[in-house]
Design a protein around this ligand. Sequence first.
Ligand SMILES: [Cu+2]
Length: 456
Amino acid sequence: MSVTRRQILAGLAGVSVLGLGAGGARYWLGRPEEAKTHDYELIAAPLDVELVPGRKTSVWAYGGQAPGLELRARQGDWLRVRFVNRLPEPSTIHWHGIRLPLEMDGVPYLSQLPVLPGESFDYRFRVPDAGSFWYHPHTASGEQLGRGLVGPLIVEEREPTGFRHERTLSLKSWHVDGQGVFGEFSVLREAARGGTPGRLSTVNGQASPTLELPAGQVVRLRILNLDNTLTYRLNLPGAEARVYALDGNPVAPRPLGREYLLGPGMRIELGLRVPALGTALPLRNGPLRLATLKSVDSGEAAADWPAALPANPVPEPDLAAATSLGFNFEWVGALSGNMEQGGAFKFWQINGQAWDINDKRCAERPIATLQQGRSYIFELRNVSQYLHPIHLHGMAFKVLDSNRRKIDPYFTDTYLLGRNETARIALVADNPGVWMFHCHVIDHMETGLMAAIEVA
Ligand SMILES: [Cu+2]
C-alpha cells in the first residue's frame, strides 16, 4: 500500500463516505446504501480542534476536519456530494477551478438559494479536468473560510501517472491569538490594503508539522493555498523540485527555481526528489518554515522523474478572431457613505463598479456579456499597490503575457496580478451562465473587487 493510500484511509477513518483511492479503485467506508445517491456526505459543523498546543479553537469543519475532508474523483466521472449544513448560519459550496454548470457553482442567489442550517443540498457534476482543486462557501466568506471551511478536491487522471506517491499540503493561516481564540477576520484598515492576515500559519491544520516522505522517490506534492489573504513565497532550499502543474492544469516540467508566489486560491504541483534517508528539508514561505519534509525508508528502488502530466481538455482560444476587453482593478479610496443603510464598505472596484455583497441583485448587472462560443482576450490592469489573485468561475483561461514578467502561456483559473501589472488572458466563452469574476483576497472581494460576467 502506498503512502498515499494509507493517508487517505487514515484521513477518512470514521467518516461516512464512499471514496476513490489513489489508484482509482472504489472502497467502502460507512453505510453502503448511501452510495446510491452520493459519493460523499459532507457535513459542515462546528468542531473543537487544537491549533495552539493545549488550547481549544472552535472551528467550522467539513467532514470533521479543518481544512476539510479531502474529496477525490476521477477525471470524466461524476462527483456527487450531499452537503449537510449543521452550521449556525446559511452556506453554500463553490468548487474552485471546476468547469461545471452554473447551478452547481455554489454562488448564492445566482446558482442556488443558500442552504439553511439543518438543510442539505446535493451537488452533482462531472469533473472534466484532472488536477488539484478545492472547495469553500461563497457566503459570508471572510468568516466562513476564516473559521476553516476550505478543503481540497483532487481529481485523479484516468490513467496512472508516473507518480507512485503523493501528498496534499493545504496552507492556511488562522485569525487566532496565542490562546487559540478567534479575533476579527476582517479589519477595515487592512481590507483597504493587502487584506487581513491570520497570525497562526499551518499546513493541513498543523503549525510547522514534520511530514515523512519516502527516500529516493519522486513525490507529487500538491500545495494548495486555501488562505483568505496570504500570498506565500514558496521555496524549498536545497531541494530538487520541478513544477508539474499550476492551478489544476499541467505545465511542461521545469525547475521550481528560487521561489514561487502562490496567491490565495492558487495551487502548485511539484515533483520532489526526496533525498537520502534521514534528510530534513524545509518548506518555506519566504524565510519562514511552514513544514519540515523528512525522508524515511521506502523500501523501494529509487525512482526517476515522471513524464509530464497529460493536458486537460480545455478549449484553445482563437487569438486571431478574439475580441479584446479591458478590466481595471482599482482602489476606490473612500469610506462608503451608505453605512447607515446597512451597506458594505467599498474599497475596491472593477471598471468603476464596486460589488456590494449585501445586494442580492448585483449579478443581474454583468460587467461584460460574452457571446457563447467566441474567443475573448481580457486585458487585466492592476492600478494598485497590492496583489490581486484574479479568479474566474466556470471557465479556464490561458495566461498570454504580462508587462512585468516573462510568461510561458498556460491554462489556469486564478492569475496573481502584481502591483501595477497588466496581463492578458484569453478564453473561449463556452459555458453559458453568469459567472463570478473576482479577487481571491477575501477582504478585497467583500469590499468591492468582484463582478459578474455573462456568457449568452
Ligand atoms: Cu485583491
